[in-house]
Ligand binder design. Structure first.
Ligand SMILES: Cc1ncc(COP(=O)(O)O)c(C=O)c1O
Length: 397
């Protein structure tokens, strides 16, 4: 069968392939320590489950409005206003089946074929896939190591702008690097976006996965609201990855286009789960707080052991549930140059499974440092201790 030409341009999220490989290795009777996928092994808070069950029993099982139930749109606008210091209304909120669909809908709404799109690399691989699939031109920008974390290469970003650049995809806080922009960096990015008249996707999937301090948004900076679409998800903070519920928060004109895309794609997001999401936003907040506490303990444990291993170095980020560890020295010590060789060797010798830099975009010309990503959202503190100690013994033994 001859497939449509565009299919050759469709990428994927290769972390799922690593997950499959680890699963096969475990099926053969081997111990696996899953650091590969940003999924959460904790249950969704009970009050959210109860509210959803109640909605099913009350018959919320038919279609609902394509942009979502009005109560949830209003509650989410209020929640974002509180956390961001902004003034959205329900009309700005379009409920989605997950945060991920916002990426393609933003691109469909605002990008013409041939437009150049700035996106982070290393970054969430779906950006590259959706830009190319929809006929855009991928223009990567990157990060470099600072003293306490990764810093955006602002100069590189601005130098890549041409008269064809129309869109900037900005992921703060960043997967896979857990990079977090400072207020000064946010203001500089806003200045660039305004100067070059760019539309911005603010992917804030990890906005509320924060262990200390307060999250700040690019969209909240003066003059940015009218050119920004925020990607929101219920997946991470409330341990609801499989529920598939998120939202686009956009200027009214763009929100209306995204709602029309909803009608074309899925009619509406799942009706009764939206009542669970409403409870997540407006109900008791002790369970999400507990989830953050658990993740913080995992982070502390993983960072301490990883930094004690010869040849591995990682920062201690205050956001996301990822550690992007520099393994340049380790690879040199082991005489390994290829990422996949390192990944497979460590999986087979120790059971520790992770993604490498190459799962987050094509390597950039001249890139020297080597990184692997540890996700600690799907593995207990005990297993983190055990797995990383096995890794340490293998490397240093
Ligand atoms: C940066 C980033 N954006 C968006 C998403 C999509 O989230 P969701 O599961 O809500 O579709 C993810 C998921 O891992 C992510 O890492």
């Amino acid at each position: 069968m001859k497939k449509a030409d565009r299919i050759s341009r469709l990428g994927t999220e290769t972390a799922f392939l690593v997950s499959q490989e680890a699963g096969l290795w475990a099926e053969k009777g081997n111990k696996v320590y899953p650091f590969h996928l940003g999924d959460i092994d904790l249950s969704t808070p009970q009050n959210i489950i109860d509210a959803t069950e109640k909605a099913i029993k009350e018959g919320k099982t038919g279609y609902c409005p394509n942009a979502g139930i009005p109560q949830l749109r209003k509650a989410l606008a209020e929640d974002i206003n509180k956390s961001h210091g902004m003034d959205y209304s329900a009309k700005n909120v379009v409920i989605q089946p997950g945060g991920k669909p916002v990426i393609q809908k933003f691109i469909l709404a605002l990008m013409n074929p041939g437009d150049e799109v700035l996106y982070p690399n290393p970054g969430y691989p779906i950006y590259e896939s959706q830009i190319e699939f929809n006929g855009g031109v991928c223009v990567p920008y990157s990060y470099k190591e600072g003293e306490n974390g990764f810093l955006l290469d602002l100069e590189g970003l601005e130098n890549s702008i041409t008269d064809k650049t129309r869109i900037l995809i900005f992921n703060d806080f960043q997967n896979p690097m857990a990079a977090e922009a400072s207020q000064e960096e946010l203001e500089k990015i806003a200045e660039i976006a305004k100067k070059h008249d760019l539309y911005v996707l603010c992917d804030e999937a990890y906005f509320e996965v924060r262990y200390s301090g307060r999250s700040k948004s690019l969209a909240a900076i003066d003059g940015m609201k009218e050119r920004s679409v925020i990607l929101y998800t219920f997946a991470k903070k409330f341990a609801m990855t499989g529920w598939r519920l998120g939202a686009a928060i956009a200027p009214e004109e763009i929100a209306a286009v995204i709602a029309k895309l909803n009608t074309n794609d899925e009619s509406c997001s799942n009706h009764f789960t939206q009542y669970g999401a409403l409870e997540a936003l407006t109900g008791d907040q002790s369970a999400p707080k507990k989830i953050l506490g658990i993740l913080k303990e995992r982070r502390d444990t993983a960072v301490e052991i990883l930094n004690s291993i010869e040849g591995i170095k990682c920062f201690k980020p205050e956001t996301t549930f990822y550690l992007f560890a520099n393994v340049g020295k380790l690879m040199a010590n082991m005489g390994i140059t290829e990422y996949d060789e390192l990944r497979k060797k460590i999986l087979h010798e120790t059971g520790v499974s992770f993604c490498t830099r190459l799962h987050f975009g094509k390597a950039l010309p001249g890139e020297k440092e080597k990184y692997i990503r540890f996700a600690y959202s799907g593995i207990s503190v005990e297993e983190i201790k055990e797995g990383l100690t096995v890794l340490k013994n293998f490397i240093e033994g």
